[in-house]
Design a protein around this ligand. Structure first.
Ligand code: NAP
Length: 269
């Protein structure tokens, strides 16, 4: 990598950021596409968030990703927020342009785009979403835009599932007290942190899984849920695909170029 007087700077703001794979993904694209750009990690404490955003803008950065714990708080410092990010209530991508600060959320569309890339058509499908937290909310809003038939939501805190179901339009959205069957479910999504640790309990009863279902666990590895689903003949996808596709959409916002997904995948796998 070469840094010149014209190198354009993008990056990620979060706490912590040392584990992030985003610099690898984006810098491999800059090098593959022979672009004089660099993507850097910025560890930012909550009390320094405003200064960090205004500072990046003042320094002429093109934009940045925003990750935990700043995705909601950062919205205060933006001059424009994209409609989808408003509906989700969180921002994961910022663009600095002509003194203005634009906020977007590519998490949910990254999720649906990864399914499209895998050849899975969402229209008229029945989806069961486990979890109703931040990631689930982004996914639910994007699923709604893809014209799914029904969205069932289960969270161990029923009120959270009800609140999320209540904010979904044009789709039959219901919340469950318990996952009792997966018989008519086409896509099962785990958007709970259950499975991050190897000894975590499974997020649902695996004896319900069947070969006609696609099981998508948004955790960044092959979790026990995915291993069990695969054993039962189901198709599986893991969180790396969502990560790659949300990154691709952020890349497009900054550069105007939709990047080669294979280059990103190769860089992080
Ligand atoms: P979050 O805001 O904490 O939401 C998780 C939700 O799941 C909470 O409402 C939690 O309830 C609920 N929950 C936990 N265990 C459950 C269970 N066994 N059954 C039903 N509901 C349960 O977390 P998040 O930010 O949405 O992240 C969720 C996961 O997605 C994390 O593992 C994160 O790493 C991953 N993620 C992946 C990507 C990607 O690009 N692949 C992007 C974002 C997040 P309580 O609050 O009561 O515990």
């Amino acid at each position: 990598m070469k840094i010149t007087g014209k190198t354009k700077v993008v990056g990620i703001i979060g706490l912590p950021v040392s584990h992030t794979l985003s610099p690898l993904m984006h810098n491999s694209l800059f090098s593959f596409l022979d672009m004089d750009w660099v993507y850097l990690p910025f560890e930012v404490r909550q009390e320094a968030l405003q200064k960090a955003i205004f500072g990046l803008s003042a320094l002429g950065s093109i934009g940045c990703n925003v990750t935990i714990p700043h995705k909601i708080e950062v919205m205060k410092y933006l001059t424009h927020i994209d409609e989808k990010a408003k509906r989700i209530g969180a921002v994961n991508t910022i663009l600095f342009k002509e003194g203005e600060i634009f906020g977007f959320n590519t998490d949910g569309d990254g999720f649906t785009s990864s399914l499209k890339d895998a050849g899975f058509i969402l229209k008229d499908k029945n989806v069961l979403l486990l979890g109703a937290g931040g990631a689930a909310r982004a996914i639910a809003i994007s699923l709604q835009d893809m014209g799914i038939k029904r969205l069932s939501i289960f969270d161990k805190e029923r009120q959270k599932a009800e609140d999320l179901a209540g904010s979904i339009d044009n789709v039959d959205a219901i919340c469950l007290d318990k996952v009792e069957t997966l018989k008519d479910i086409d896509l099962l999504v785990n958007a709970t942190p259950c499975g991050m640790k190897d000894n975590d309990p499974l997020p649902c009863d695996i004896s319900l899984l069947h070969p006609e279902i696609l099981v998508y666990d948004i955790i960044y590895k092959k979790t026990s849920l995915l291993k069990e689903a695969e054993k039962r003949g189901a198709k599986i996808m893991d969180g790396m695909e969502m990560l790659i596709h949300q990154g691709a959409l952020s890349f497009e916002i900054w550069t105007g170029i939709y990047p080669p997904i294979d280059v990103m995948r190769k860089a992080i796998l």
